[in-house]
Design a protein around this ligand. Structure first.
Ligand code: B12
Length: 308
């Protein structure tokens, strides 16, 4: 079957499965983005995320991931929930991306349905699917596949649906019709950079993770959070939405219709009460969400940083 008909079939099916965005790109090396990645690592902006250093070659050249790789199917899944966060006494905030079921499993199962569809259609290719933890620069590939552009807050933004969507990639050895690279629509706006309370967006398009509330509340494993940032966390306990909530391109964000991503926990937590939960209560309440990544100790550390 010619690759144009196949490409359109895949896009129809992807939308049917619930993906808001879908596009295709080739597996050629990401030269310019690779240079940015290396510059970013040399500046230590990956903080304690050492795993980056182990997979630079594949991140820059995705063709190294699958023999005879030709195409990448890039998918976007809307997770937006209309929560206009306000600061409340004794209340901590949980980022919108973590309120529903853990997105890694939701994305993986939806990508599996798409791969099974391709196999049923007798497209005997090889497929490897990744979401978040794979050796890929998902945002750079998504821009190349026409899903959106990497904004000054370093999130991928789409003009129609904004930036509150997850990205997943399927790398394959079947030929597809590739989409146009997405242009940049940030213009002279710097709202995200100005709004970040910890000044983590050190330059347009450059995020220093060492100062990022999202990094410090999710990925950082230190016993205590940096005292230099005390009082600047804007009551975030897990993740942070500031640089996205302020972005003008998110004013048209629509509520997700992916039921697994509907909030199953309260976006506000009672800090005093939650500070007393047991490890068992923590896993009972949060193990099906992305919050489990902070682990029990990290979660209590984040709460204590806000109340003490
Ligand atoms: C490491 C990581 C983080 C780190 C570092 C973030 C970062 N900017 O790198 C931390 C823990 C801080 C983080 C936070 C978040 N993350 Co995160 N994260 C990742 C991960 C695993 C790798 C990203 C990466 O490659 N970074 C390397 C650096 C160098 O890339 P970069 O910052 O994007 O910089 C690029 C451009 O800015 C450009 N660039 C650099 N310098 C310059 C200069 C100029 C002039 C120009 C034009 C360009 C340019 O080149 C770089 C390479 O393309 C991806 C999944 C994946 N495998 O790709 C998810 C991912 C990016 N994260 C995601 C999400 C949802 C988040 C949060 C929103 C969660 C939250 N609410 O707290 C926050 C957002 C914080 C932010 N403003 O970015 C989603 C983003 C979806 C989207 N629509 O963009 C992803 C894709 C996961 C997924 N599969 O859905 N994340």
């Amino acid at each position: 079957m010619d690759s144009l008909i196949l490409s359109n079939r895949i896009k129809e099916k992807a939308k049917e499965i619930g993906f808001s965005l879908v596009g295709f790109c080739n597996t050629k090396p990401l030269e310019k983005e690779g240079d940015h990645l290396i510059e970013w690592l040399n500046r230590g902006y990956n903080a304690e995320m050492r795993w980056f250093e182990r997979s630079i070659d594949k991140r820059i050249d995705p063709s190294l991931i699958l023999p005879n790789a030709k195409s990448i199917i890039v998918l976007g899944l809307n997770y937006y929930n209309q929560i206009n966060f306000t600061n409340q006494i004794n209340k901590g905030k949980i980022s919108k991306y973590a309120l529903g079921k853990d997105y890694h499993s939701v994305m993986k199962s939806k990508m599996k349905i798409l791969i099974n569809f391709l196999k049923e259609q007798n497209f005997f290719g090889n497929y490897l699917s990744y979401v978040d933890s794979g050796p890929l620069m998902e945002k750079a590939l998504a821009q190349k596949a026409g899903l959106g552009w990497i904004g000054k807050n370093t999130n991928l933004i789409n003009r129609k649906i904004g930036s509150f969507f997850f990205i997943g990639c399927i790398i394959t050895d079947i030929e597809l019709v590739y989409d146009e690279i997405y242009l940049n629509y940030c213009g002279t706006c710097n709202k995200c950079i100005e709004a970040c309370p910890t000044k983590a967006l050190v330059e347009p398009y450059i995020l220093d993770s060492n100062k990022c509330i999202s990094y410090l509340t999710i990925e950082y494993r230190g016993e205590v959070l940096p005292q230099t940032l005390k009082g600047k966390f804007d009551n975030w306990v897990f993740g942070c939405d500031i640089c996205q909530d302020i972005c003008p391109w998110n004013k048209n964000s629509k509520k997700t219709d992916v039921v697994e991503l509907y909030p199953m926990i309260d976006p506000y937590i009672d800090l005093e009460k939650e500070n007393k939960i047991s490890e068992e209560q923590f896993s009972l309440k949060y193990s099906r969400t992305s919050i489990k990544r902070a682990k029990y100790k990290g979660f209590l550390r984040n709460i204590n940083f806000l109340i003490n």
